[in-house]
Design a protein. Structure first.
Length: 381
């Protein structure tokens, strides 16, 4: 076991940190207030290789490992978790699946611009009546000669408004239940494809989330990713990697909470001394640090397994479950340390609480992660 990062990994971490501090931080407070999508930032991230980090250079990506991706996700999310989720969806839910399962036509036409960050992707699995219970897809895709005709509604789609290409899971054969679900790429502007209003969210406000509508939306057959009937497997397999990304996002927010707390504790005076002298504060800081390190270990383990080509779905679920939990806990402790100042927008810690909460919900709720972990344990016995 080696806990040292390689020189390349250190370089990626540092360049993500520099980018986050210099390019993302200056506008993050205002974008959170205005719920404004960071289009210019996302474009620059594409130019720097952050939008297709694990895609091979042959398809326009940076050809890096999952550890590097986790490091970059932590640094970006530490400064702005909204930017973190935009990056995570494009990398893990869209590019990963297209490289692994897409045809050559799909890789040339869609993966290359997505990996280069010239285009943005979204992943549409959830529906009004199929959230955690994702096999119950109601959206349909009926074959019509060389096309499929999609009808239905998707919900809670990250990048839903801004995405150029959306991966849509739809039922091609109702009789086969989840084995009759297929995945399609739908281009922005396709007739019959629309979106709802931008959701007015508690946190990650600068990312866009919306519902999507499909009314007789015709998509060429060659836009089907992988084989007919493999759409649910596609979604589950890509979500495993997505969960590593969201664990990293949660860790980024937790680190931001700890950093802000250390800084504040060293500055704030009470009872004639800085509050960092009080054991009550010290214990909170050390608890936060231990939790963050434990979350990192779980996340790096899942990433290392993925890089080694070994099964990692249970470890990814563990990483997401724990990292999202401690992210909320660290944000709450940061507010407590800041007292009244933690409850107002003047300091950033109230945003950390708002941003961390969603990590316990999307890409599989904490309850779903526990189901995945328990099923893996029981199958092994
Ligand atoms: N990895 C790989 N395959 C998996 C899997 C995993 N983690 N979990 C389930 N599967 C596979 C099963 O092996 C099975 O495949 P086969 O039939 O080919 O053998 C298939 O999925 C169905 O599994 P189950 O029979 O166990 O079905 P179930 O209904 O009992 O449970 C579930 C399925 C695990 C609950 C699944 O529905 C699930 O993960 N739900 C959560 C969905 C989710 O994470 N949604 C996130 C939406 S995307 C999002 O948030 C993106 C965003 O915009 C930020």
């Amino acid at each position: 076991m080696n806990f040292e990062l390689t020189e390349d990994q250190i370089m990626i971490k540092e360049s993500a940190m520099d980018f986050a501090e210099n390019e993302i931080a200056p506008s993050s407070v205002q974008r959170d207030k205005d719920a404004e999508f960071p289009a210019d930032i996302v474009k620059k991230m594409g130019e720097l290789g952050f939008m297709g980090m694990m895609v091979s250079p042959e398809y326009g990506g940076a050809g890096l490992d999952t550890i590097s991706y986790v490091l970059a996700m932590i640094e970006i999310s530490k400064v702005d978790a909204s930017v973190g989720v935009i990056m995570s969806v494009n990398n893990s839910l869209v590019c990963y699946g297209l490289e692994k399962y897409g045809s050559d036509h799909i890789k040339q036409k869609y993966l290359i611009p997505l990996a280069k960050g010239e285009k943005l992707g979204a992943f549409a699995l959830s529906e009004p009546e199929a959230g955690s219970d994702a096999t119950k897809q109601k959206t349909t895709a009926d074959k019509d000669h060389k096309h499929y005709v999609i009808n239905g509604i998707k919900n809670w789609i990250t990048n839903g408004i801004s995405a150029d290409y959306t991966l849509v899971m739809a039922t091609t054969d109702k009789v086969k239940a989840h084995k009759g679900i297929s995945t399609f790429i739908v281009e922005k502007g396709t007739q019959g494809f629309g979106h709802g209003v931008k959701e007015d969210k508690l946190g990650i406000r600068s990312s866009d989330t919306c519902s999507l509508t499909f009314e007789n939306c015709r998509v060429p057959s060659e836009n089907m990713v992988w084989d007919e009937g493999r759409g649910f497997n596609f979604a589950m397999n890509t979500l495993n990697g997505g969960r590593i990304g969201i664990a990293a996002q949660a860790i980024g927010v937790a680190e931001a909470s700890l950093d802000a707390s250390v800084k504040y504790a060293k500055e704030r005076k009470a009872f004639g001394q800085t509050i960092s002298n009080f054991q009550a504060i010290q214990f909170k800081l050390s608890d936060m640090a231990v939790k963050i390190d434990a979350a990192k270990m779980l996340t790096f383990k899942a990433a290392a397994l993925k890089d080694a080509g070994k099964p990692y779905y249970k470890e990814a679920a563990m990483a997401k479950l724990y990292a999202s939990k401690i992210s909320v806990e660290c944000a709450l402790e940061a507010i407590q340390i800041h007292g009244g100042y933690g409850y107002v927008r003047e300091y950033l810690v109230e945003r950390y609480l708002r941003d961390s909460k969603i990590t316990e919900i999307y890409e599989g709720t904490s309850e779903i992660q526990k189901m995945v972990i328990a099923r893996a344990l029981l199958d092994q016995k």
